[in-house]
Design a protein around this ligand. Structure first.
Ligand code: HEC
Length: 149
C-alpha cells in the first residue's frame, strides 16, 4: 500500500466528508424544526400573549425586572410570577391578584422598593397576565430554581 495520500483518495475523503456532514446537517435541521413546532404547539402564542408582550416592551418593564434572568435586578423575576401568585392552582384568582397588584402600585410602604403606576387599561392588564402565564409555561428546565425569584 502506498504511504502517500493519492489525489483520488483525497478527493474521495473530500466528497465523502462533505456528503456525510451535509446529511448530518439536514437531519439536525429537521430535528430542530420538529422540536420547535412541537414546543410552539404545546404553548401557542395567542393574540393576547403577543399584545401582552407589546405592553411589556412599551413600558420597559425590563428596566427594573428580569424575565428568565434577562433584564435588571431592581425588582422581582417575573417569568414565574404566575406560579408565585398561585396560577397553577387557581387561574382566576391569580389573574385577579396580579391585576390588583399592578393597579395598586406604588404601595408607598416605607423602606420597600416602589413600582410606578402605569395606568394600564383592563385589556392591557389582561394581556400582560396572559403573557406572564405563557412565559411561566416555557420549558426552562426548572430555572429559576426557586419560585420566589
Ligand atoms: C421602576 C422600576 C419598575 C418598573 C419599570 C416596573 N416594575 Fe414591577 N415591580 C417593581 C418593584 C420594586 C416591585 C416589588 C415591589 C414590592 O414588592 O413591594 C415590582 C413588582 C411587580 C410585580 C409583582 C411581583 C411579585 O412577585 O410580587 C409585578 C407583577 C410587576 N412588578 C409587573 C410589572 C410590569 C408589568 C411592569 C411594566 C408595565 C413593571 N412591573 C415595571 C419595580 C418596577
Amino acid at each position: 500500500m502506498s504511504e502517500t495520500l493519492t489525489k483520488a483518495a483525497a478527493r474521495n475523503i473530500f466528497y465523502g466528508g462533505t456528503a456525510f456532514f451535509f446529511v448530518v446537517f439536514v437531519a439536525l435541521t429537521a430535528h430542530s424544526v420538529t422540536r420547535a413546532n412541537a414546543i410552539a404547539a404545546a404553548n401557542p402564542v395567542t393574540p393576547s400573549v403577543a399584545a401582552g408582550k407589546h405592553v411589556w416592551e412599551k413600558h420597559s418593564c425590563i428596566n427594573c425586572h428580569t424575565l428568565i434572568g434577562e433584564g435588571a435586578y431592581y425588582a422581582p423575576e417575573l417569568a414565574n410570577v404566575w406560579v408565585r401568585f398561585g396560577g397553577k392552582e387557581d387561574a382566576n384568582g391569580a389573574r385577579e391578584a396580579l391585576k390588583a397588584w399592578m393597579k395598586g402600585q406604588p404601595s408607598g410602604i416605607e423602606g420597600r422598593r416602589q413600582m410606578p403606576q402605569f395606568n394600564l387599561s383592563e385589556k392591557e392588564l389582561d394581556d400582560l397576565v396572559e403573557f406572564f402565564k405563557w412565559t411561566s409555561e416555557i420549558n426552562t428546565q426548572n430555572w429559576p430554581p426557586k419560585v420566589s425569584g
